[in-house]
Design a protein around this ligand. Structure first.
Ligand code: AHR
Length: 491
């Protein structure tokens, strides 16, 4: 090659090389895709604090977890760290709707972690509670502080949140009055004590608030340019038409019902073209550099999703209209790559962590009838929705055996106790481990199928007695039908 070409060619290769580096680098910052939490991502609360994002979501169990990541996309693979567990029977279970707010406590700023909880195996005793952090680390440690309630209306209550306005603190929550699940506000003397009775601020009244149930819940304050709003979830969370509405404070005193004006139309709802259904129970957060407002919410991926652990966590940027109202836009598809929040140079950890193999237990000889849970009780049924879907995992009491986890209630396992067959969350007892562990045996009616033998009670199998799913002794199975009822096609 003659000399006069070497310099220009070198310059060309150098330029191409730099271009490649730039393209690769920008690809790393290309953004992220939802969901941020693919399983058990309901009722999310997400905030950015001192260099990290923190995310917590409903667990339906007795434990709270916190995910932490320097990037929004990193939340997808951040390990959920246990920050609190409660075995007090009065408030052990059904942990719902976490919100953690940095507020003034008696010893300075503390994280106050609000949530709903109740007693085991029922949803009728839900109340609102709050934890207090020892310092200013959102990872805790946390200690139980109080049940937050209005002594003059001490009823079922959920979805607690707080509003800070003009130096005062207010408690927001959802509670029943007759057949209506309404929104209420009450004044607070400190982050764990109300200083007065509740006032009604929203009752489901528009048609878009009463699809599947007269429901207003998940209130969350949103303040911008001197305006104060409360965004809330409306209609039943078990329908694809769960959606967001908004209240606007039009007077000075938030404790006056008429000072809250409800916008006549929803501001965020299902987007069938994007396969987003039941978007709701949201929070808001600000980008790392403080210039952007974002929404975090949950949604289902199909119309047959329900109000369960399959709802997943999503986030997207919002904007502001000329009238001062937030523009939440349309919930985006999970295939859409979103730009990272301003000031976040995150990456989207692309590797798929693998989806667990879903198993069904079809009653032998009864095609289409699958073991499934309803109100935690397990019995055969003709649905193959998430209630009939399980993941087989190493045995909780013995890794050489197996345990069977519900797909839509993560952390809930197939359990036998005194003959009852149900799904149960970890109550931290040895009995839970023993009673939620099984052996997969050749089918009692056909060795090509399977039977589920209790680890805790060898010789006893999941079967039926007088039409009820229960634990049956192999020795007691006299008829072919009884043997078939204790045998399953594992699909
Ligand atoms: O997801 C559990 C509960 O269901 C939420 O706290 C509430 O918003 C909804 O009713």
């Amino acid at each position: 090659m003659t000399k006069q070409f070497i310099k220009p060619l070198f310059a060309l290769f150098l330029t191409l090389g730099l271009l490649m580096v730039f393209v690769f680098a920008s690809a790393q910052d290309s953004g992220f895709r939802n969901p941020l939490n693919a399983n058990g991502g309901a009722d999310p609360w997400l905030t950015y604090y001192e260099g990290n994002y923190y995310l917590s979501t409903t667990t339906w169990a007795s434990t709270w977890y916190m995910r932490k990541s320097p990037t929004l996309a990193g939340l997808k693979t951040a390990e959920p760290i246990e920050i609190y567990y409660d075995d007090d029977p009065s408030k052990c279970c059904n942990f719902w709707a976490p919100e953690f707010h940095l507020l003034d406590g008696p010893n300075g700023k503390r994280w106050y972690f609000y949530y709903s909880a109740g007693t085991a195996n029922t949803l009728d005793n839900q109340h609102t509670h709050v934890l207090e952090s020892e310092g200013t680390d959102p990872m805790g440690p946390y200690h139980y502080k109080a049940r937050v309630f209005d002594a003059s209306h001490d009823t079922w209550a959920i979805d607690s949140s707080v509003l800070e306005l003009n130096g005062n603190l207010y408690f927001l929550f959802s509670a029943w009055e007759g057949s209506f699940q309404n929104l209420y506000i009450a004044p607070m003397e400190n982050p764990w004590t109300l200083s007065g009775s509740r006032v009604l601020i929203s009752k489901p009244s528009y048609a878009w608030e009463t699809q599947g149930g007269n429901t207003n819940e998940g209130p969350v304050a949103l303040q911008h340019d001197g305006n104060t709003f409360i965004v809330f979830s409306a209609s039943s969370c078990a329908t694809p038409d769960y959606k967001l509405g908004i209240l606007h404070l039009v007077g000075d005193d938030p404790m006056v019902n008429s000072n809250w004006e409800k916008h006549a139309e929803p501001i965020f709802e299902r987007a069938d073209a994007n396969s987003v259904f039941a978007p709701g129970h949201n929070g808001f957060f600000t980008s790392p550099d403080g210039t952007e407002s974002w929404i975090v919410y949950h949604a289902n991926d199909s119309t047959n999703g329900s109000c369960d652990g399959q709802r997943n966590t999503r986030a997207q940027k919002i904007s502001w209209n000329a009238d001062g109202f937030p523009e939440l836009g349309t919930p985006v598809s999970t295939t859409t790559i979103l730009a990272n929040p301003s000031g976040d140079t995150g990456i989207d950890p692309l590797p798929d962590l693998g989806t667990p193999k879903i198993s069904y237990f079809e009653t032998y000889g009864l095609e289409g009838s699958f073991l499934q849970h309803r109100n935690f009780i397990v019995s055969p049924g003709y649905s193959t929705n998430a209630d009939a879907q399980f993941v087989i995992k190493p045995g909780l009491a013995d890794e050489n055996a197996l345990s069977i986890e519900s797909v839509n209630y993560p952390g809930y396992f197939l359990r036998q106790q005194k003959g009852k067959i149900f799904i149960s969350s970890d109550d931290r007892t040895d009995a839970f481990l023993q009673e939620s562990t099984w052996y997969l045996r050749p089918g009692l009616a056909n060795a090509d199928a399977v039977s589920l033998e209790s680890y805790a009670l060898p010789g006893s199998f999941v079967g039926k007695r007088f039409g009820i799913t229960t634990l049956v002794k192999e020795a007691d199975l006299k008829t072919e039908l009884e043997r078939e009822d204790a045998t399953f096609n594992l699909k």
